[in-house]
Design a protein around this ligand. Sequence first.
Ligand SMILES: [Zn+2]
Length: 152
Amino acid sequence: MQHYRRHLFVKESPIEGKGLYCASEVKEDKIIMKIEGEIISGEECERRENEENNVYIFWNGDEYVDVKHTEDIKYINHNCDPNCYVDADKKGNLLLVAARDIKSGEELTIDYGYDEIYDICSCDICSTEEEDGEVGKEEKPLNENKKKETGI
Ligand SMILES: [Zn+2]
């Protein structure tokens, strides 16, 4: 499989701080970039998350990859309806993939997938939820992976 990198750029984002943008059109399921980082152990991952507040650690299904010092990808913002997702190829390389057709100049987003982000997220979905439900806001449909099946 050939990886080629799209032309990406970083600029101020309406979501938060700076964001990652793509300067060309990308079709659904096409690779945008390979995400490189430092391979660390699960223990070290936990330590960095807790002690260093590092939220730039991905899991490729096998290893933890800290992308804190990788340019570009750390600027990608969260959205509950993202236009990108992170996938791993057979070698365990992390790839940023288009979840749908992306227009030239569009900001790239992924679902960070950790609980705290939904509390501070202000995407369309989350701000609608806030207006609707003052009482029960604990339903977070995106966290289905947290529900582990028990017993067999
Ligand atoms: Zn949201």
